[in-house]
Design a protein around this ligand. Structure first.
Ligand code: F6R
Length: 243
């Protein structure tokens, strides 16, 4: 992937916002791939500001989120549906009917993955997918060992991920769902453009493996090496192990 080293999250956010703004100006029906987590937050803020400052029409912009907990009420404040509404849909002023999050309802989850991939395809595919990365190299909820060709599907959450995310559930791991539905690595690779953001020394090892290690299911983000238009935007600390 192309690697851009920036001073901080703000500079990365500005780069992302500029790219997305250019896409939307060229095509008002741009399809954005969205991520939750802390890494994209500054990017969304910069984009929201740009949309406002430059009066960009986002009324037809569409969005598809990466993942969702399984068996958690979408109205729950920690569901990714609620999170995307709070961090993306509302600040940018997107039409909520045009922004989709995988459906984690356990009654219908068997078909939900295939239907989600079909919906992305029916929308013409994702134009730009923003990604964060886990310290173990995961993208979406594709933990190490996930097939590089995978489509959207139900997955069991890794124990470490449930421990990490307990902070959002009163610090109680028992409240953290055990399963999720996530875009597959194959789904993510179909986006026309990928932008992965990572900040801080705790991401340095995962970034080294992603950019300079072999392509392997043991570092799901290393699949970016297979993509013709992938950009990794990182700070000095996250870049510290690169050659
Ligand atoms: C988010 C997601 C995750 C995060 C990753 C990094 O939808 O699927 O892969 O991107 O866990 O999280 P942060 O950005 O909080 O370090």
């Amino acid at each position: 992937p192309e690697i851009i080293i920036v001073k901080n999250e703000d500079e990365a956010g500005e780069l992302y916002a500029q790219r997305v703004a250019d896409l939307i100006k060229a095509n008002p029906k741009t399809v954005l791939g969205l991520a939750t987590g802390s890494s994209p937050l500054a990017a969304y803020q910069h984009l929201a500001k740009k949309v406002e400052d430059e009066h960009i029409d986002v009324s037809q912009v569409r969005g598809f989120a990466l993942d969702e907990y399984a068996g958690l009420d979408p109205q729950h404040p920690q569901s990714y549906s609620s999170t995307i509404t709070r961090t993306v849909v509302e600040p940018l002023g997107l039409d909520p009917d045009l922004v989709h999050v995988p459906n984690g309802n356990l009654d219908t989850i068997k078909d939900a993955g295939r239907e989600y991939d079909e919906a992305i395809e029916a929308a013409g595919g994702v134009d730009l997918q923003i990604l964060g990365i886990g310290t173990d190299g995961h993208i979406g909820f594709n933990e190490p060992g996930s097939s590089l060709a995978s489509g959207t599907r139900i997955k069991t959450l890794a124990e470490q991920t449930r421990i990490d995310n307990a902070r959002f559930f009163d610090g109680d791991i028992n409240q953290v769902p055990t399963h999720c539905i996530t875009q597959g690595i194959g789904t993510i690779l179909k986006a026309r453009q990928l932008v992965l953001l990572a900040f801080g020394a705790n991401k340095a090892e995962a970034i080294e493996e992603t950019c300079e290690g072999g392509i392997s299911a043991f570092c799901p983000a290393s699949a970016l090496q297979l993509h013709p238009h992938a950009t990794v935007i990182i700070d000095e600390a996250a870049a510290s192990r690169l050659r």
